[in-house]
Design a protein around this ligand. Structure first.
Ligand code: F6P
Length: 364
């Protein structure tokens, strides 16, 4: 029996379970393959005792509908930077990649499918360079990987954000307020842009187009006459004013490298008030509601395509590669091509033009 190990790394994302299920279903057609899952990315392999579970048709039945990942995930540490606590309470990071590869050999693992974002795929590339038979599957709600037309999880996040706009519209209208919705996406404005168009916002502020506060102010004022009016602003967590910086905090969580973005909605309201905007404003930070819960059909389908493709890449020995969606095909590309090519919103792209055509103000 041959063994393929599946790991889910980085922040979770609607559709991860659909990928796992598709890998298992496709593998079962081969009869001489067994699928096992490592718990919380590669931590399951590195821990003593090892934390792995067999994934068969029973354990994956119906999971394509579930959010999260049945094998857990982590966006901290990893085989190249395993956190170790010193006696004095400080932390250092050990490279345990060789040890992990030896352990995978001992467990009889012939191939690994690593489902994760750019951080996880950087780890995949590092392990591939050390001789591991590894394949990547891209995931992120942010849709910020250029190598693939879409990542699964993104459409679910957009749906959630759009429904939030729909709800905010009615309460904004009832109270003559401006409601500001802060959405995720890190340094890519895709979720905000799609939700602003889908929900019908008046202002959309994204990282790729730093905003001029005065222009936002004028747009919002234009929505009011004799104190009556309302507006919706969708703002990306990574947005910033012209000449300003993003709002976020360094994380003090061990092994967590990213800056934790958040708070730009409140800053915007504060700055608009200071600049003389009179109408009431309220802020909503949508947060992890965009990441949890049931994946929309589109994400289940894309994730299933990635899962089947990933296992077929194992069969074909296409290691050091990642599955990618290039409409209408699912292709395989070298992991190195996938890394370092972020997908940011081009301010001149058609979708931005559509938004401008609808009267949406980007603050520029
Ligand atoms: O990359 C996905 C994402 O949800 C970003 O949109 C967000 O900034 C970040 O992860 C939040 O990460 P965490 O769950 O670790 O706070």
């Amino acid at each position: 029996m041959k063994r393929v190990l599946v790991a889910t790394g980085g922040g979770d994302c609607p559709g991860l379970n659909a990928v796992i299920r598709a890998v298992v279903k496709r593998a079962e057609q081969e009869r001489d393959w067994e699928v096992i899952g490592s718990i919380e990315s590669f931590n399951g392999i590195l821990r003593e005792p090892t934390e792995i579970r067999v994934l068969d048709e029973h354990s994956v039945a119906g999971i394509h509908v579930q959010g999260g990942t049945i094998i857990g995930s982590t966006n901290k540490g990893g085989p190249f930077a395993w956190p170790i606590k010193n006696k004095d309470g400080s932390w250092e990071y050990a490279d345990r990649s060789d040890e992990m590869i030896r352990k995978l050999q001992y467990l009889g693992v012939d191939a690994v499918i690593s489902i994760g974002g750019d951080g996880s795929q950087r780890i995949s590339q590092g392990l591939f360079e050390k001789g591991l038979n590894i394949i990547g599957v891209p995931k992120t709600i942010d849709n910020d990987l250029l190598a693939t037309d879409f990542t699964f999880g993104f459409q679910t996040a957009v749906q959630e954000a759009t429904e939030a706009v729909d709800k905010l519209v009615t309460t904004a209208a009832s109270h003559n307020r401006v409601l500001v919705l802060e959405v995720m996406g890190r340094f890519a404005g895709w979720i905000a842009l799609h939700a602003a168009i889908g929900g019908g916002a008046e202002v959309c502020l994204i990282p790729e187009i730093p905003y001029d506060l005065d222009i936002v102010l004028e747009k919002l004022k234009s929505r009011y006459s004799r104190g009556k009016g309302n507006a919706i602003v969708v703002i990306s967590e990574g947005a910033r004013p012209k000449g300003g910086s993003v709002v976020g905090v360094e994380s003090n969580e061990v092994g967590y490298k990213n800056i934790r973005l958040g708070g730009i909605a409140h800053k915007l309201s504060h700055d608009l008030k200071k600049a003389g905007f009179e109408a009431d404003m309220r802020e909503t930070v949508l947060g992890h509601l965009q990441r949890g819960g049931i994946p929309v059909a589109y994400d289940r389908i894309l994730a299933s395509q990635f899962g089947v493709k990933a296992f077929e890449m194992v069969l074909n020995g296409e290691f050091g590669k990642m599955a990618a969606y290039r409409h209408p095909d699912i292709i395989s590309i070298p992991l190195t091509d996938a890394l370092d090519r972020p997908n940011f919103v081009n301010p001149n792209c058609d979708l931005v033009r559509t938004a401008r055509g609808l009267g949406i103000c980007f603050g520029d």
